[in-house]
Structure formats: C-alpha cells, structure tokens
Design a protein around this ligand. Structure first.
Ligand code: NAD
Ligand code: ZN
Length: 380
C-alpha cells in the first residue's frame, strides 16, 4: 500500500480551459480510484495529434475544462476495488482504448475493438459512476480518452492499462501507448508484408514512420515513402525508407507513378494521412492479384471513399485498422519487449524533450510540424 492510497492527491496538471488557448499548469485534486480503476503516477507523456485536434476543437463538440494527454507511461500508486491483476508499483502504459476481457471483441482473436472500453472522445467522466476524478476547488475537470496524462496523477480504468517490463525505460516506451504502436501494428498485424516485398507508406508523420519501421522489421526490400513535405524525407531516411515520392512533383496521379516504379503496383500499402483522396491512391497503387492496402488515417467524418469495384474484383484487398489491431493489455507488453530486444527502434522517433512546465511548447512544435515526438518529463 502506498501512503496516499484512499486519499485525495493534490498535484500539478496542465488544464485546458478553452479551445486553442495555452494550457495552464495548476493544482488539481485527484480522487482515489473507484471499482476497477487505478491511480497512476505519470512519469513521462508525449503529445499526439489527437490531443491537438481536440484542444483546437475544430469540428467536434468542445468539452472544457479538460485534461488532455493519452500517450504516456507511469507507475501505479493505488488500485480500486476489484482490481486483482495490477499492483502498486507496476509499470504501465495507459491506452486510449481498452480491453475488458469479457466482450465478444475481447474474446475474438481478430478484434481489438472492445465493446466496453472502446475509444470515446466525447466522454469526460469515468464509466463506473459518470463522475470525474479531477477537481479544482470542488469543480470537476473533464477527463480525455479515459487517460488524461497531462497530470502528475491520473485515474484510469484497469482495462486501459498495459503492464510492461519494469526494466524498460519509461521515457522511451511512452510513445508505444498510441501512435507508434498504431503504425507498427498496421504493417505487422494487418498489411503483413512478406520478406523482400515492396511497401508504400502514405504520410511520413510518426504513425507513417512507425508503419515504415514495421516494413523494415518484416524485411521489405523496397519502402516507398509518399509525402507532400520534403522535410519529412530527411527524417524518413533513418527509418529505412528507400525511395520518396512527392505527389506535387508529378502531373499524373500518384498511384500511377507508383505503379510505373514497381512494375504494376506495390505488394502492400499503408495510408497514414487521414485524407480520403490519399486513401484512394493507397488502394489503387497496390498490385492486382495480391496487393493489400491498409487505412490508418482518420478521415473527416463525412468523407466518402470512391473507387471502381473492378479494382477489388481484380483481387486487391482493402483493410482498415484501429490501434494497429493490438489488444492493449494482451499485446503491448510484447511490443515493449521488441524494443528491449533491439528489434524495434524507438529513439529515432524522439526529436524533442521538454519539462512539464514547458508543455505548451510541445503544442507549438506540433502545430508547426516540427519533429516527430516530444517527450515531456513530469518530474522537472
Ligand atoms: P502527421 O500529421 O504527423 O503526419 C501526416 C503526414 O501526412 C505529414 O507528414 C503530411 O505532410 C502528410 N500528408 C498530408 N497530406 C498528404 C497528402 N495529400 N499526400 C501525401 N502526404 C500527405 O500525423 P500522424 O500523427 O503521423 O498521424 C497520421 C494519421 O493517423 C492521422 O490521421 C491520425 O489521426 C491517424 N491515427 C489513426 C489511428 C488509428 O487507430 N487508426 C491512431 C492514431 C493516429
Ligand atoms: Zn471488451
């Protein structure tokens, strides 16, 4: 038992009061975990696009004040009633989507879309009692994605915590709790390229470069990176991307350019931009007979995907994935082990480091498209 178990913990959190306005670091009270919940001391957090998107609050219902953050790593401070498989001191990665273990999805080998703990961007409270565990002077502050990691302490459903190897450095593996696992799993679990095959990656942000890392691990011989921003190409070289295509430099559709480069099309493609036209290109650039395209980017909610059905009849496969098809609790420990065994490289994703007090700078980097991942240390 920790000496704070069962007590309210006052601590620092970065509170977002208004869309697009700098976060305010201030004291919040964090209530003890209730049934099936866990309170976690966050050690490191990083910033992902989803945080930025909901902070900007363009195109969705704004929910403020709110504590953002969902890519992180921490140590369990205390556990609520009924939590038997996690203990004080365990090293954990909070995940924006969970694994209850009991629903049809959790029981299926093929799905990670848990009915109970699937991502819910509109909910600002805990499932068990519909209340927030964060408050300032008795006024509740909304949670985000059930994780709210921009706080020294947070309360998370036990089904949204992956227990990982305690020897793994938390300041590196925190990036596995969202973007990197998503891209990596999209390639390794869904596209499944064979050794020696060709893979096209659309969008060379952290998710796309993690997909490229998956292609490198799978032994792909050609990894073609497609992006509109030439500065992404320099970064991508470190990720084993062998060729680059900038659609702006061609007067014909990029799928045609790729088909010409690859004698009819790539074996696999992974789309990591969220732009529906790019999704169509990613599908149409795979080889007929065997090509598989995987959609990862999150499109505008009204976007419609259009292609000629003949493209499918010609034996191309179109798939989509959520969190790289990883079941967070079951599978993330082995992704951490891939890093520990030096199979997966994470350091190259980390381009910036900041202290918690400088968190607003991480938003600035992301808005400017500077770097890939910025690690925020909660301790200094
Ligand atoms: P990012 O913004 O860092 O990277 C996107 C890249 O795509 C940029 O380099 C940009 O220049 C490039 N791009 C944009 N439009 C393009 C176009 N028309 N042609 C070619 N390149 C283009 O984003 P990220 O953090 O890497 O995330 C990528 C996508 O993955 C986002 O849509 C994000 O919402 C999504 N995502 C999905 C899941 C999931 O579970 N399915 C999880 C996390 C993130
Ligand atoms: Zn479930």
């Amino acid at each position: 038992m920790s000496n704070t178990a069962g007590l309210v913990i006052p601590c620092k959190a970065a509170v977002s009061w208004e869309a697009g306005k700098p976060l305010v670091i201030q004291q919040v009270e964090v209530a003890p975990p209730q049934a099936m919940e866990v309170r976690v001391k966050i050690k490191y957090t990083s910033l992902c696009h989803t945080d930025l998107y909901f902070w900007e609050a363009k195109g969705q219902t704004p929910l403020f004040p709110r504590i953002f953050g969902h890519e992180a790593a921490g140590i369990i401070e205390s556990v609520g009633e009924g939590v038997s498989d996690l203990q004080v001191g365990d090293h954990v990665l909070p995940v924006f989507t969970g694994e209850c273990g009991d629903c049809a999805h959790c029981k299926s080998q093929e799905s990670n879309m848990c009915d109970l703990l699937r991502i819910n961007t509109d909910r600002g409270v805990m499932l068990s009692d519909g209340k927030s565990r964060f408050s300032i002077n008795g006024n509740p502050i909304n949670h985000f994605l059930g994780t709210s990691t921009f706080s020294e302490y947070t309360v998370v459903h036990s089904g949204c915590l992956a227990k990982v190897n305690p020897l793994a450095p938390l300041d590196k593996i925190c990036i596995l709790s969202c973007g990197v696992s998503t891209g990596l799993g999209a390639t390794l679990n869904v596209a499944k390229p064979k050794k020696g095959s060709s893979v096209a990656i659309f969008g060379l942000g952290a998710v796309g470069l993690a997909a490229a890392e998956g292609a490198r691990i799978a032994g792909a011989s050609r990894i073609i990176g497609i992006d509109l921003s030439p500065k992404r190409f320099d970064e991508a070289k470190k990720f084993g991307v062998t060729e680059f295509v900038n659609p702006k430099e061609h007067d014909r559709p990029v799928q045609q350019v790729i088909a010409e480069m690859t004698n009819g099309g790539v074996d696999r493609s992974v789309e990591c931009t969220g732009n529906v036209n790019v999704m169509v290109s990613a599908f149409e650039c795979v080889h007929d007979g065997w090509g598989v395209a995987v959609l990862v980017g999150v499109p505008n909610k009204d976007a419609v995907f259009m292609t000629k059905p003949i493209n499918l009849l010609n034996e191309r496969t179109l798939k989509g994935t959520f969190f790289g098809n990883y079941k967070p609790r079951t599978d993330l420990p082995s992704v951490v082990d891939m890093y520990m065994n030096k199979k997966l490289e994470l350091d190259k994703f980390i381009t910036h480091r900041l202290s918690f007090s400088e968190i607003n700078k991480a938003f600035e980097y992301m808005v400017k498209g500077e770097g890939l991942r910025c690690i925020i240390s909660m301790e200094d």
